[in-house]
Design a protein around this ligand. Structure first.
Ligand SMILES: NC(=O)c1ccc[n+]([C@@H]2O[C@H](COP(=O)([O-])OP(=O)(O)OC[C@H]3O[C@@H](n4cnc5c(N)ncnc54)[C@H](O)[C@@H]3O)[C@@H](O)[C@H]2O)c1
Ligand SMILES: N[C@@H](CCC=O)C(=O)O
Length: 543
């Protein structure tokens, strides 16, 4: 029988290994890449205790070498979604009843397995499957995922400790119940860590989950699922399926036991889900929790007092790391006229110095974008800018999909601050710059605030403290993550809770204590020790 109140102190962030030539980690990463390339996996769905393979298969291919086949996965259909929901609901009673210390132990063990035994393979899977370079993979599929798991265990323990006061003659308590039903986690292609966090944060709270990743992230998702199983996650607590989004939605959003959706992806998809859930409200046992972190059109606004080298570095990293496929990526910049000449020269020099190619060549800073659909969409925006007199390509702009989906990082100068690439999310290595008169800083802040419907991340770069203060206040609703003298990407779990409002989502801050509250349904219990035996108030007594 368990007794005691156990302690899960605030963890430290997982150190980022540097993979320098000659390092041990570089050697084991190269070995893991070779191993994964030789395996040719036939990846199953994981439903309850079963590994399900179907006759409908899709190949898994590296975006930077699309002729190479890493393996294949099985496409599921409607019945597999139904099976996953049933498996989740079957596992529910046992999972809810498991003590917190046992549940926590599973996720802490998974974090440890990723930090040690599987670090190389998790990074290799992310490099090969999603075309991230070694550093971008390390900060995602190793460090951020480990941090999500460890910090969430700590945060949830802190929530469980929060209890109400009790007046004389009574005891009050809060019971942090999981939601009544199952949670659906729908995850994007671009972060292995987000794929891992959305199902596990809900499961950690005692919920059972159906997890549908983007097809282009399955290669790393299935490895994480196997790690969870090795760490002791009971069958059916998280069920991993590869079924088209609308089919998953049809089954889950019309199910009586649908208790919530934990989504990260584009704004359009989230809007559609919200609408469907709204229409189906009478069908559900409870009001479902709807948590969605969505798109961005993230800005860097530069003041005339900024250092040009700080500006150019923030833009080169913020816009082009992982080919700009971060919801936080800098995609519109507002540069004052006094700095543009120097910043432009540094941007052109930077873009021309980027090496682009396979993730297996560790000297490449830029790799491929995720798939052909994405390539075509991004190229379409570049072509539009090339033809439009309101814009000019000042760096990059070449695209080639013959071997891999390669888009050269591109800087567009827009003469119109409302030019399409200043407003719409492109989700690729394209940065648009608008040069404003250096004396119009405050007017430009209004432009920053009103140009796009999103409000995810943004930065102010300045040395003048008054300008920093003005921008911080004036842009208070323009970004959920606001950076001063830094790029707008690279939030770290426990340090910069992540998420935005407006069209960027419900701002429930993934990887923070705030997010976990959404997966709990609190019961208040009051026990009275000496119950009254007369309904009359004392003042009613006769004098
Ligand atoms: N705000 C954040 O924290 C954050 C983080 C990462 C990515 N993103 C956003 O995600 C997008 C890029 O990722 P993506 O291309 O994978 O996004 P996406 O919206 O195309 O897909 C996300 C997930 O939704 C699924 N899906 C698609 N249509 C669906 C439907 N009709 N019903 C149910 N599920 C459906 C996809 O299969 C995938 O699993 C960008 O817009 C980016 O800004 C946001
Ligand atoms: N949390 C990541 C972005 C996640 C979205 O793609 C960052 O802060 O750069």
């Amino acid at each position: 029988m368990h007794q005691g109140s156990f302690s899960y102190p605030l963890p430290a962030n997982e150190p980022v290994l540097n993979y320098a030539p000659g390092s041990k980690e570089r050697e084991s990463l190269k070995a893991a890449i070779a191993l994964l390339k030789s395996q040719k996996l036939d990846v199953p769905m994981y439903i309850g205790a079963d590994e399900i393979r179907t006759s409908k298969k899709e190949p898994l291919r590296p975006p930077h070498a699309h002729q190479f086949v890493l393996g294949k996965f099985s496409i599921g259909e409607k019945k597999h979604v139904q099976q996953a929901v049933n498996a989740a609901l079957t596992a529910k009673k046992g999972w809810e009843a498991m003590t917190w210390e046992s549940r926590a132990g599973i996720f802490l063990k998974a974090a440890d397995l990723i930090a040690t035994k599987y670090r190389g393979q998790m990074n290799a899977a992310t490099m090969l499957g999603q075309s991230k370079n070694a550093y971008q993979a390390e900060i995602d599929s190793a460090c951020e995922l480990i941090d999500f798991l460890r910090f969430n265990v700590h945060f949830l323990s802190e929530i469980y400790k929060q209890q109400p006061v009790s007046g004389p003659g009574m005891h009050n308590r809060l019971e942090y119940r999981p939601l009544e039903g199952f949670v659906l986690a729908i995850t994007p292609f671009n972060f292995t860590a987000i794929g891992g966090n959305l199902p596990t944060s809900a499961a950690m709270c005692g919920n059972v989950v159906v997890w549908k990743p983007a097809h282009t992230q399955i290669y790393s998702a299935q490895l994480f699922m196997r790690i969870l199983k090795e760490a002791g996650l009971p069958d059916g607590v998280i069920n991993l399926i590869y079924v088209d989004g609308p089919v998953v939605g049809d089954v889950c959003f019309s199910h009586r036991d649908f208790a919530g959706v934990h989504f990260t992806g584009s704004t359009g998809v989230f809007n559609h889900m919200w609408e469907t859930i709204g229409k189906n409200i009478p069908r559900y046992k409870s009001y479902p929790r709807i948590v969605g972190e969505t798109g961005g059109k993230d800005f860097v606004v530069v003041h005339k007092s900024a250092r040009p080298d700080v500006v150019a570095t923030a833009l080169l990293r913020g816009a082009f790391e992982f080919q700009g496929q971060k919801c936080s990526a800098a995609s519109r910049a507002y540069i004052p006229s006094n700095l543009w000449k120097e910043v432009k020269a540094l941007l052109v020099e930077g873009v021309n110095s980027f090496k682009m190619g396979s993730v297996e060549d560790f000297s490449n800073f830029i790799n491929a974008v995720i798939d052909e659909k994405s390539f075509d969409k991004i190229k379409g925006y570049i072509d539009k800018a090339r033809k439009d007199p309101k814009a000019r390509i000042v760096a990059g702009g070449n695209c080639d999909k013959s071997e891999g989906y390669f888009i050269q990082p591109t800087v567009i100068e827009a003469r119109d601050p409302q030019f399409i690439t200043m407003r719409e999310e492109i989700f690729g290595p394209v940065l648009t710059v608008y040069v404003y008169p250096a004396g119009s800083f405050e007017k430009t802040l209004d432009l920053v605030d009103s140009t796009s419907p999103y409000a995810l991340t943004g930065s102010i770069i300045a040395t003048d403290r008054a300008a920093i203060e003005t921008a911080t206040k004036r842009l208070s609703n323009a970004a959920g993550n606001f950076y001063i003298n830094d790029k707008p990407t690279g939030a770290v779990v426990g340090q910069q809770p992540f998420g935005g409002a407006r069209a960027s989502g419900t701002n429930d801050k993934a990887g923070s204590i705030l997010n976990l509250y959404r997966w709990l349904s609190v019961r208040t219990v009051k026990e009275t020790f000496n119950p009254p035996v007369d309904y009359r108030y004392p003042f009613m007594a006769e004098e």
